[in-house]
Design a protein around this ligand. Sequence first.
Ligand SMILES: [Zn+2]
Length: 214
Amino acid sequence: MWAGIIYKKEVSMSQTATPSVIVDDVVVSLEYTLTVDGEIVDSTEGIDPIEFIQGHQNIISGLERELYGLKIGDTKKVTVNAADAYGEIDPEAVVDVPREEIPSEIPLKVGVELDVKNEDGEVLEARIIEITKDNVRLDFNHVLAGKELTFEVTVVDLRAADEEELEHGHVHSEDGDDDEDFEYFDEDDFDDEDEDEDEEEEGEDDSSSNGSKK
Ligand SMILES: [Zn+2]
């Protein structure tokens, strides 16, 4: 009998306990500044920290690897080489396209980004890097390919991922409106809605009775 009670306690604690350090399956809130070639190219300054599940390849591997063991409040400077970030520059990802094949609504200017569908129907992003008399040179490399990235990170918060987040492999925000792969309502969702309605009705009753007292 005692053994049964202790076992149950341990299970529920392991699911809800606040993690003290970054390990796999922990939801990490992280502030960061990304510096490339001495220039800040991205930062969470002035906006919300990013949230991701450690160990699920939500962020680039070279950064994720360096976060294990950090606690809330810890800061760290992490340098990630190109191979562990956006990859090396692939010279074959630069192609010349005849000018007339570029739709007329696309401005022919260096730096313009466009979506290009390949033979398999996949949409790839490209940038115009050069324009000659006959051709437009498109670069399909990521803008940060070949670059060493320097992150300065601060751990803002840690929490355990819930079961559904682990199943999906990504974080669900509190309002849940960013869940792109949400496919179905399950019974629990409907139960929750019923409870909410009941609470609302009760709340209205309460407020009207409070109003009559005044
Ligand atoms: Zn999801």
